[in-house]
Design a protein around this ligand. Structure first.
Ligand code: NOJ
Length: 738
C-alpha cells in the first residue's frame, strides 16, 4: 500500500514535469523528478554500495544504501529490496551486484581461456547465459568484463582478462558486454556490465598485484584505453576504477581519467563505481589525508558510487556544507545511478521470482555452450608423431592433481559455481577408455612423491598416459601473483616419472596463467593447455583426447621460457638493437671473454631472444598452409579499405578449424611503432584437403595511432602485412598509405 501511494506521488510529479518547459524526455525526466525530491542524505545513500544480504534491510529502509554486492540468495535479496521499496521514504530500489566473471552457476572457462577461442560469438553466448542465470537469482549488475591488458603472467589476474593484445581485448570485451546486457537493459534477463579496472591495473610493476604503474599518456591511449573506449561505445552501463596509481595518481582520484577522458573526450554517460575500498586505499597510497579527504577527491574526480570505503556515507554531508564538494557533483553521481536503475527496469520490477533460478541454472543448453567454449579454448602446444588423438588406445592411465578436482577446474572468481555440477576429465575419460586412476599427487602444490612408483607401474600397464596438472584455483586471481611460474609441487617430477614407462604421455595443463612449462614439454609427447576450463572442462578435454573434437585454441598471451623474461609481449616496440638472429648464449661465451665480444643486441644470455611460444600460437590435429596474401592495391588513401585475400588449405586428413590472423607493422612513425599489431582474425573450418580463399577487409583508419602531437592519426608511409597462424610466422607483403 505504502509503495502504491509512493508510486502515485512519483507519477503525479512526473505528470507535472511533463507540463514544464524543460526539454526532458522519458528516463531523464523521471530521474530529474526523483532527484528533485531527494534530501542530501538520500542522495548520498544512493552513492553507497555495501557488501551483504538481508541484514542490510534496515539500512535500505533508511535509504542509506544504493547497491549491495555479494548476496545471491533470492529471498535475502527480496528482503532488502522490500525494505528499500516499501519502507524507505522514496522507495528507490536497490541495485544488486556480483562478480559474475565467467559464468554464474554454469562456469565457462576463465576469461583468458575464453580469449584463447578467438571466437567472440561463443564468448557473447557465455555472457548471455551468465546473465540469464544470475538475473534469475536477482543479480542485475556484474563486475565484468575485466579489460586490463596483461603482459606479465606473474600477475595473478591475467586469468580474468583477454591477455596482452589490445585488438583481442576489444573483441572479447565487446562480446561480453553485449552478452550480459542483451539488446535492452530493461529485459528481465539483462544484467549491467562493468568495464574494469580503469585503468592500467594489469601493468603492475613486476606483476605484483595492486602495485604502481608507470604508463605514458601515449601508451594509455594506444594500448590500455582501446578496450574501454570500444566497450563504452558498445553501451557498457558502468565502469570500475582501478586500485593502482599511474604516475602518482590513484585512478579513483584521477580527474583526468574520469572526467576529461571518459566524459569529455569519449562522451560516455554511464555510472562509475570504485573498486572495493579503492577510495579508502588512497590513504595508504599517501594521496589522501584521511577517509573524509578520500571522499572529496573521489567524488570531485568523477566517481559516482563508493564500493565499501564508507567514506561517502560518512562525510559527504559535511563536505558539501564546507563547500569542498558541490551539490552539482552529487547530483551528477545520483543521476547516473538513478538512470541505471530506471534503465534496468528496477522501478517496475524490483523483486526476483524466488523459484526462477531452479528453472535455468545448469540448463542443458548452458552446459552445451560451456563445453563448446572449453573445446575451442584448449590450445595444443605439442603433438609429436601425432600421438593425439588417442583414438586407438583402450586402456589409459589417468594421473595428476587436476584430473579429478571439480572445484579447482572452475578457476578463480567462480563464487556461485557448484562443484557437484563440474564434470572432471577423469569422469569423462572413463566414458571413453578403460581407465587406471592413480592421482599421484593430492593437489598442485603437493611435494609428496610416495605414490610415484605406483603411478609408473600403472603407466607401464596402460596403452598411454594422460597427466593432468596445473594450478589450484587459488593460485591465480586477485592477490595471487607468483615470481616462479614452473608447475608447483612435484608435478614436473610426476610427468617425468610417467615418461619413464615409455608409453605415449599426454599432458593437460589446467591453470590460471601461462606457466613456464619448457621442461615438462620435453617429458611428454603431447600437451594441451586448457587454462581452468570450467564446469564442462572434463567432457571437452575427453573429446579432444579421443579425437571427437579437434583443438583450435590459440595463445592469447606469449608463453615464456622463464619467468625472468616477463614482461614479454609480441607487439613491443623495437629497441635500437633488435635481435639480429645471432644470439650468443651463456655457454657459448669463452672464459675471460672480452667485454665487447657479444652481439650487443637486446636479449637474455640465458633464455635468448624468443619466448617459448608466441602470441597466437596453437596446433591442430591437422595442418594448414597459408598462401601469400594478395592486396587489392599497392597504395591506399586514408579513407580506403584494404582488402587482403589469401588461400588457406587444410593439408591434413581431418577437418579442423584455424584461427587465421592478420598483423600489420607501420614501419616508420613520428613515434616508434610496435613490431607487429593484430588487426583481424577469423576462425576458418576446412574439410581435409579443402582450400578456401579467406578475405580480410581492413579500413586504413584502423592503422591510426596517437602520434608525436598526441593526435589520433594514420601517418602516411610504408607498412608490412602478414597473414599467419601465429604472431611469429608468415612472410610479409608491403603496402603504402599516401
Ligand atoms: C575487488 C576486485 O578488484 C574487483 O575486480 C571486484 O569486482 C571487486 N573486488 C568486488 O568484488
Amino acid at each position: 500500500m505504502k509503495r502504491f501511494v509512493k508510486n502515485i506521488l512519483i507519477g503525479a510529479a512526473l505528470l507535472l514535469a511533463g507540463c514544464s518547459s524543460e526539454p526532458q524526455t522519458g528516463t531523464d525526466r523521471k530521474v530529474e523528478e526523483l532527484l528533485g525530491q531527494m534530501t542530501l542524505r538520500e542522495k548520498v545513500g544512493q552513492m553507497n554500495q555495501l557488501s551483504g544480504g538481508a541484514w542490510l534491510a534496515e539500512t535500505a529502509a533508511k535509504g542509506e544504501v544504493g547497491s549491495i554486492l555479494n548476496c545471491v540468495d533470492p529471498a535475502e535479496i527480496n528482503a532488502v529490496q522490500r525494505a528499500a521499496v516499501e519502507e524507505s521514504r522514496l522507495g528507490i530500489p536497490i541495485l544488486v551486484s556480483r562478480d559474475v566473471i565467467h559464468g554464474f552457476r554454469t562456469i565457462f572457462p576463465i576469461p583468458i581461456g575464453q580469449a584463447a577461442t578467438f571466437d567472440p560469438a561463443i564468448v557473447e553466448k557465455g555472457a548471455r547465459i551468465a546473465a540469464v542465470e544470475a538475473t534469475a537469482s536477482g543479480v542485475k549488475w556484474t563486475f565484468s568484463p575485466m579489460l586490463d591488458i596483461a603482459r606479465d603472467p606473474r600477475w595473478g589476474r591475467v586469468a580474468e582478462g583477454a591477455g596482452e593484445d589490445p585488438y583481442l581485448d576489444v573483441q572479447m570485451g565487446v562480446a561480453m558486454v553485449k552478452g550480459y546486457q542483451g539488446d535492452d537493459l530493461n529485459d528481465p534477463t539483462s544484467m549491467a556490465a562493468c568495464i574494469k579496472h580503469f585503468v592500467g591495473y594489469g601493468a603492475a610493476e613486476g606483476g605484483r598485484d595492486y602495485n604502481s604503474t608507470m604508463i605514458s599518456e601515449r601508451s594509455l591511449r594506444n594500448t590500455y584505453f582501446p578496450a574501454f573506449k570500444a566497450t563504452a561505445e558498445a553501451g557498457a552501463a558502468t565502469l570500475m576504477t582501478s586500485f593502482n596509481e599511474i604516475d602518482g595518481i590513484p585512478s579513483t582520484g584521477n580527474r583526468w581519467l574520469l572526467k576529461n577522458i571518459l566524459r569529455d573526450e569519449w562522451g560516455w554517460d554511464g555510472m562509475v563505481v570504485t573498486d572495493w575500498n579503492s577510495a579508502g586505499e588512497m590513504i595508504a597510497h599517501g594521496f589522501s589525508r584521511d577517509l573524509k579527504h578520500t571522499a572529496e577527491q573521489a567524488i570531485n574526480a568523477g566517481v559516482d558510487m563508493d564500493m565499501m570505503s564508507y567514506g561517502f556515507i560518512q562525510y559527504v554531508e559535511e563536505l558539501v556544507k564546507e563547500g569542498k564538494v558541490s551539490e552539482k557533483e552529487i547530483d551528477r553521481a545520483v543521476r547516473n545511478i538513478l538512470k541505471l536503475k530506471f534503465d534496468l527496469g528496477l522501478f517496475e520490477n524490483p523483486y526476483v521470482d524466488e523459484t526462477a533460478s531452479a528453472k535455468v541454472d545448469y540448463a542443458p543448453e548452458h552446459l552445451e555452450a560451456a563445453k563448446q567454449c572449453a573445446l575451442e579454448s584448449a590450445i595444443l602446444l605439442k603433438n609429436s608423431n601425432d600421438v593425439l588423438p588417442l583414438d586407438k588406445a583402450k586402456t589409459i592411465l589417468v594421473t595428476g592433481p587436476l584430473a579429478d578436482a571439480p572445484y579447482e577446474q572452475m578457476g578463480t572468481w567462480a563464487f556461485d559455481g557448484q562443484q557437484e555440477h563440474t564434470v572432471t576429465p577423469l569422469e569423462a575419460l572413463r566414458e571413453e577408455y578403460n581407465v587406471i586412476w592413480e592421482p599421484g599427487l593430492a593437489y598442485s602444490r603437493d611435494r609428496n612423491t610416495k605414490d610415484f612408483a605406483k603411478v609408473r607401474s600403472a603407466a607401464s600397464r596402460a596403452d598411454a598416459a594422460v597427466v593432468i596438472v596445473g594450478e589450484e584455483a587459488i593460485l591465480s586471481g586477485e592477490a595471487h601473483s607468483l615470481s616462479n611460474l614452473d608447475l608447483q609441487g612435484a608435478q614436473s617430477e610426476l610427468i617425468a616419472e610417467v615418461a619413464k614407462a615409455g608409453k605415449p604421455v599426454v599432458v593437460v595443463v589446467m591453470a590460471g596463467r601461462p606457466l613456464t612449462i619448457e621442461r615438462d614439454l620435453e617429458n611428454c609427447d603431447a600437451m594441451l593447455y586448457s587454462f581452468h576450463p570450467g564446469t564442462m572442462g572434463g567432457p571437452a578435454i575427453a573429446d579432444l583426447i579421443k579425437g571427437k573434437a579437434v583443438p583450435s585454441g590459440k595463445l592469447p598471451m606469449t608463453f615464456l621460457r622463464d619467468a625472468g623474461q616477463a614482461p614479454f609481449y609480441y607487439n613491443h616496440n623495437n629497441s635500437g638493437r633488435p635481435c639480429n638472429g645471432t644470439e650468443t648464449l651463456l655457454n657459448d661465451i669463452p672464459i675471460a671473454a672480452g667485454q665487447t665480444s657479444l652481439g650487443c643486441t637486446s636479449y637474455y644470455l640465458d633464455t635468448g631472444y624468443g619466448p617459448l611460444f608466441p602470441f597466437g600460437y596453437g596446433l591442430s590435429y591437422t595442418t594448414f598452409k597459408y598462401g601469400n596474401p594478395v592486396l587489392d592495391k599497392a597504395e591506399y588513401g586514408r579513407s580506403d579499405v584494404i582488402t587482403v585475400s589469401f588461400e588457406l588449405k587444410n593439408t591434413g586428413d581431418r577437418e579442423g578449424t584455424e584461427v587465421a590472423q592478420l598483423y600489420v607493422q607501420d614501419l616508420v612513425g613520428s613515434v616508434v611503432r610496435p613490431v607487429k599489431e593484430l588487426k583481424g582474425f577469423q576462425r576458418v573450418t576446412l574439410a581435409p584437403g579443402e582450400t578456401r580463399t579467406v578475405t580480410f577487409d581492413l579500413p586504413v583508419a584502423e592503422l591510426a595511432f596517437w602520434n608525436i602531437d598526441m593526435e589520433h592519426v594514420v601517418e602516411p608511409g610504408d607498412f608490412k602485412l602478414w597473414v599467419a597462424g601465429d604472431s611469429a610466422s608468415g612472410e610479409p607483403v608491403g603496402f603504402a598509405v599516401l
